[in-house]
Ligand binder design. Sequence first.
Ligand code: SF4
Length: 445
Amino acid sequence: MRHITFIRPALGEGPSADAMTPLVFAILKARTPPEIETTLIDERIEPLHMVPTDLVAMTVETFTARRAYQIAAAYRRRGIPVVMGGHHPSMLPEESAQYADTVVVGDAEGAWETVIADAAAGRLQRLYRSQPGRGGAPAYDRGIYGGRRYAPISLVQVGRGCRFACDFCSIHAFYGTYRDQRDPADIVAEMRALPRGRMVFFVDDNLYWRRDAFEKLMRALIPLKMRWCCQITIDVARDDALLDLMAAAGCALALIGFESLDRDSLVQMRKKWNGVAGGYDDVIRRFHARGIMIYGTFVFGYDADTSASFDRAAAFARERALAIANFNPLTPMPGTGLYDRLRAEGRLIRDSWWLDPAYRYGDAIFKPLGMSCAELSEGPMRARRAFYGWGSIAQRTLRGAPQWRHPYKIGTMLLANWISRREIVRKQGRPLAVRRQGEWLEASP
Ligand code: SF4
């Protein structure tokens, strides 16, 4: 085997202004023998183009599954085998196996080397499974990105998995209770090699795992004097000493899943522990007091939610000067407890909604109890418009700036708001997997 093509499919619409580097391909590249040439095609930022290749490897999410299956069909018609991995094939291997020659369930590490060896020997299996943590320490070859114009942010992964079990979460569905963390010394070494002056994004779905491990990591980051952002659970705010360490270690922005202002909704999503740190106002105050900006996320559609929930959340996020916020309709991802529950209750409008040509990004996928489907589809957009209006941006900047203190952070916040304004309008209402390049429209699904 001489050449492998890595493909990251897009939702289906035009180029994205906020695409980040796809870390999985740096991992695959590092584990690919050097004598095998590789090409990366990231459809979010470049048109799909076919190059002579012996094997195609795609990472597939639920929102890109339809597009991935189209692309796979085009390659397979030309006799080129296609391997699919990622969250979606891991949750639904039987479905993906209908469109791919090979499906990898679980993390790429531990399976990829075998896939390559088997492909080279002409004995590709239909299914490979890897167990988390069994594939050895991750290594990254970021040279795979070439000179592509990604968002100017460096991605680093500390560990995988999350100790919580929110019912809508595909991370929990993927990893269960598994969680690991790399040696902080490795992370520091990796970060020293990254471009200076760029923000680092720790891509972990929840950076806070265990107090001792987190403290060790924060102390290791302090000498680097780098700015970073992360996704983290609210319980870290119970501990002032940890928040002090986060600030000292360079945390500029923390993404926190507030999810809901309604206790009943938090209970239903199995996230009532969101109240452990003393209430949202107190949490926000503690982060802001240390100059850490907050990116808040909210989700709507639980049984206690009504059409007023959207406006309440948008007003909350605006008044508390959240730097960035996201407002999403509850989306039952395959494999999650939420999906299984709604399906069992007969409330899914479409079972395999990700394959449905009629589905549009942002559509309600199930029947909510406290509002209509149309309200669930339109409410998040209304909240986003309110939050990202110029008046709101100005108000949040004026309120937040004295706490965030540094011009770099304020500039980052304004840039992120400007990009978000554009992107939320661009994606909303788009069908999945419809592209402008005619060659790629011929395949189904
Ligand atoms: S805390 Fe976040 S990552 Fe962890 S299970 Fe809940 S939604 Fe998923």
